[in-house]
Design a protein around this ligand. Structure first.
Ligand SMILES: Cc1cc2nc3c(=O)[nH]c(=O)nc-3n(C[C@H](O)[C@H](O)[C@H](O)COP(=O)(O)O)c2cc1C
Length: 217
């Protein structure tokens, strides 16, 4: 399986990238192909008005490597790892721009939009977030956002690891061991349970197959 991490901090030696690298180290140990891309190397401008921006061939005229990233790496990936610092209680602008610009390629004006829509769905999605603040509510905005994104794209949202730190690399000193948790998430990327039941969803009475005791009432 292919696991692609999109690192969205401008700091390439920062905390969220470290977390992403740990996810990939775990995924590599489990035998998967892994790659990391720094969005700051690729995404040079926000989404524009596509009617004005598209060239005669229907392609985005923003002169950067976004199309290569989306078509060449994101669409073929089986799992995406979104890495972001907590910025103003949400994702980084760079990651938001990456997500916004998907629109240009799945909208009808892009010649291969059907291909893009077909390949964008049915992936595993994970996120790693670094933040200075530690209270649980700090992550609510990002979790809610990415959960909705996953729902829309038919992705399985398998987990979020938050690490605490402010200066570069400080997340390694977080006693909660987010780097270890990120590694574990990578190892279990394709085995992790990603359930989201409705009242009528058929399911077993236990979460884990080898559960020995207890009844679900
Ligand atoms: C523009 C900006 C906004 C930030 N907003 C928050 C915030 O709302 N809450 C928080 O806990 N930390 C905030 N921080 C701190 C970063 O989340 C923290 O330093 C993080 O570890 C940086 O990750 P990085 O090393 O991957 O860049 C902010 C930092 C910056 C530069």
């Amino acid at each position: 399986m292919k696991v692609l991490a999109l690192s969205s901090s401008p700091r390439k030696d920062g905390n969220s990238r470290m977390l992403a690298e740990s996810v990939l180290a775990g995924a590599a140990q489990a035998g998967h192909d892994v790659e990391i891309v720094d969005l700051s190397d690729v995404v040079s401008a926000p989404l524009r008005d596509c009617r004005v921006c598209r060239n005669a061939a229907g392609r985005c005229s923003i002169d950067d490597d976004y199309e290569d990233l989306l078509v060449g790496k994101v669409l073929p990936a089986d799992a995406l790892v979104l890495a972001t610092p907590l910025y103003w209680y949400g994702i980084s602008g760079q990651l938001k721009v990456f997500i916004d610009r998907i629109f240009c390629y799945e909208a009808a004006g892009y010649p291969e939009h059907e291909h893009v829509k077909r390949r964008l769905v049915n992936k595993r999605l994970a996120a790693v977030v670094s933040s200075e603040e530690t209270y649980p509510g700090s992550l609510v905005g990002i979790t809610a956002h990415l959960q909705e994104l996953a729902r829309y794209l038919h992705h399985d949202f398998v987990g979020v690891v938050q690490g605490f730190g402010n200066s570069r690399g400080e997340v390694a000193r977080d006693p909660g061991d987010p780097l270890g948790k990120a590694f574990d998430l990578g190892v279990r990327m394709f085995e992790a349970r990603a359930t989201d039941y409705r009242i009528d969803t058929p399911r077993p009475s236990t979460v884990w197959a080898d559960a020995a005791v207890g009844t679900p009432d």
